[in-house]
Write a protein that binds this ligand. Structure first.
Ligand code: XMP
Length: 509
């Protein structure tokens, strides 16, 4: 295992994902957390940071102590901290270095194995290392900075220590992943055995141990995380897992039936509960988005609890929690990493007072999908777009009625099916249709119409934190527009949302 000490950089999670991609397990911990050097620990990576090492109160760690135990790699701030701690000079550079640079190697090293002599790297720093400490060797430079990579010469029983000023973890560092892999394999001696297959075997064993002969209850949402988590638990304990999937009346068209059919295909023991009418009557008259969210969340818990009570002797609650939901972030100026985690089943653990089973707690989203594939879960389930817990309720602006839900479901169905039929579905991160609370005038044949408008939304994104509107082909949009207006009675106007996040959000409510 590799530990990544987080100094508050926006890229810390990318380092972790790059390490995992090299099939090496790693965890992120805040730099100030004390950690034990367990036998399995193979190395430490120090992240970047928005701080300057020269600022009073800047994050600091004892690197000498670390290299007495394992190899260490400092990235950006981590490299500057290393240089400064061992007696080098770090100072403000004349200009802020941001963007692409060409890495020029000045010395050979195993950390560069299989890398080209010159490669593009991504810089993002305002301090720079002006002088290396005594006993340190320069490994690379760029046109604008004298020290782009270095190592500490072997001394006594110390483990290797490296520093890189650039960000090997970002996409724009063309050979950054190779460099990280070289550090992990050549320098730390990691075995690269963190694979989906191993994860499945180990997790199923661990789940058997944790659960014993008890029963697990779990809310399934039709989403990737809960489905993969449930499938793992099912592998461990079979039908002692009781899944519950609630139709809250604001799912997509045919979603309830289709998702239940997929669960059946996977072999999961899931009970579908049609609670549409209860949701509609609780939602009646509510227009405020937060009130709608709360109503749905609360009623969901009630329905789930009623169903859970029908299963005798349940001991544990399964959850599809994933790693980004639980990483402790370093607070810089306020919370540095603002991970927005809307929990579909928020509040359940607190209410249920049951021991939790969270088999995906240490996985990133892309790893969850990979594990899902390993488990044989169909791709129509694994490659679904994210869908919010409150569903269409936050895509119907204003009050929700069953009629409006029906209208939106029909329009949305045309749009999503169109995306799939035109091979566009996988090119966007999320797509959906929004029913606006306005009516406008139109003509159809000789008739004047006065009907609703829908907005189509499609975005590209990596994690939903930021997003760009998807540049879908005009031709496609034109076809969808006429298909909706011609086939969905009650809608006479279609618009396309061209706002990015920020400043807009993905959902309209
Ligand atoms: P926003 O609208 O904040 O959405 O840009 C970012 C991502 O979060 C989803 N979302 C929700 N998911 N419950 C959820 O489970 C919610 O209340 C909720 N609100 C937004 C949204 O679909 C997008 O993927």
């Amino acid at each position: 295992k590799i530990l990544i000490l987080d100094f508050g950089s926006q890229y810390t999670q990318l380092i972790a994902r790059a390490v995992r991609e090299a099939n090496v397990y790693c965890e992120i911990i805040p730099y100030h957390k004390t950690f034990v050097v367990e036998p399995g620990l193979k190395g430490i990576i120090l992240s970047g940071s928005p701080f300057s090492v020269n600022e009073p109160g800047a994050p600091d760690v004892d690197i000498q102590d670390m290299i007495s135990k394992v190899p260490v790699l400092g990235v950006c701030y981590g490299a500057q901290l290393t240089a400064r701690r061992f007696g080098g000079l770090v100072a403000k550079s004349n200009k802020r270095e941001y963007g692409r640079a060409q890495l020029q190697r000045t010395n050979d090293d195993v950390i560069f194995q299989d890398m080209a002599a010159q490669s593009q790297v991504w810089m993002s720093h305002s301090d720079t290392i002006k002088e290396l400490p005594a006993g340190f060797e320069l490994l690379a430079t760029t046109e604008s900075i004298p020290v782009a990579a270095f190592r500490k010469a072997a001394a006594g029983a110390d483990h290797p220590l490296y520093g890189v000023q650039f960000h090997p973890e970002v996409y724009h560092s063309s050979e950054g992943k190779k460099l990280l892999k070289n550090f992990l394999v050549n320098i730390c001696g990691c075995a690269q055995d963190w694979t989906s297959a191993h994860f499945v075997t180990d997790t199923v064993e661990a789940l058997k141990k944790q659960i014993g002969d008890r029963k697990v209850i779990m809310a399934l949402s039709g989403g990737v995380d809960s489905t993969v988590a449930a499938t793992l638990i099912h592998r461990a304990i079979g039908d002692r897992l009781f899944g519950i999937f609630v139709d809250n009346g604001v799912l997509r068209k045919n979603e309830f039936e289709e998702v239940l059919a997929t669960y059946d295909k996977i072999g999961l023991n899931v009970k579908g509960i049609d609670a549409k009418d209860r949701f509609y009557s609780e939602l009646a008259g509510k227009t405020d988005p937060e009130a709608k969210r709360k109503t749905i969340g609360k009623l969901f818990i009630d329905v789930f609890q009623e169903e859970a009570n029908k299963v005798q002797g349940v001991g544990l609650l399964g959850q599809g929690t994933i790693y980004p939901d639980v990483i402790e972030s370093v607070s810089v100026h306020g919370p540095s990493v603002t991970i927005k985690s809307h929990h579909n089943v928020g509040g359940l653990p607190e209410k249920m007072h049951l021991e939790l089973v969270e088999p995906l707690r240490y996985l990133f989203k892309d790893e969850v999908r990979r594990v899902g594939r390993e488990l044989g879960i169909p791709s129509e389930m694994l490659d679904r777009h994210p869908f919010p817990g409150p569903g269409l309720a936050i895509r119907i602006l204003g009050e929700i009625t069953p009629e409006k839900v029906h209208l939106l479901q029909e329009a949305d169905h045309v749009y999503i099916k169109g995306l799939k039929d035109n091979n566009l579905y996988a090119t966007v991160w999320q797509a959906g249709t929004i029913l606006l609370p306005v009516k406008s005038v139109g003509v159809m044949g000789d008739e004047r119409t006065y009907e609703f408008t829908v907005a189509l939304r499609a975005v590209t994104s990596v994690d939903g934190m930021t997003a760009d509107w998807a540049h879908l082909p005009y031709e496609f949009l034109a076809n969808i527009s006429s298909e909706i207006i011609n086939n969905v009675r009650g809608i006479n106007r279609v618009v396309y949302d061209i706002s990015s996040k920020p400043p807009a959000t993905i959902e309209w409510e």
